[in-house]
Ligand binder design. Structure first.
Ligand SMILES: [Zn+2]
Length: 136
């Protein structure tokens, strides 16, 4: 089992800016130019007012763990070497909630309300995945 067996994101027209920024170790979210809502996951329209006037903006990278689970059984090839790992819903400081991994601490240290900061896991030279670490 290796990282090369891990399923990789397949950027499309709507998600390419997000993945290109992640490759540069920048976290981008979208902002509605009509109502000001920040949102994630990438979409070509605002989920609140349905405006198509949107822009990509940098996120601070700061977040709070809303909920999490510890995965003990790998879901498939490419995950077995990870051991128990944490899948979490992280509330970004800008408002959107995103699913990610918590890294850099033992799974039993993770808790709801934990302050975290984005980091990036380089899966391949072309693909980096936003993950979160405990904030210092
Ligand atoms: Zn809007």
């Amino acid at each position: 089992m290796s990282v090369s067996e891990r399923p990789l994101p397949q950027p499309d027209h709507d998600t390419r800016p997000y993945w290109e920024a992640a490759r540069r170790h920048e976290l981008l979210i979208q902002s509605c130019l009509s109502c000001g809502t920040h949102y994630f996951y990438p979409r070509p329209y605002c989920p609140l007012c349905l405006s198509e006037l949107t822009a990509w903006v940098p996120a601070s990278g700061r977040g709070t763990v809303y909920a999490f689970t510890v995965v003990h059984r790998p879901p498939g090839p490419g995950f077995a070497e990870r051991g128990p790992y944490v899948v979490a819903l992280v509330d970004l400081a800008e408002g959107p909630r995103m699913m990610s991994n918590i890294v850099g601490c033992a799974p039993e240290e993770v808790h709801s309300g934990m302050l975290v900061h984005v980091d990036f896991e380089d899966l391949t030279p072309e693909v980096s995945l936003p993950v979160f670490r405990p904030a210092r």
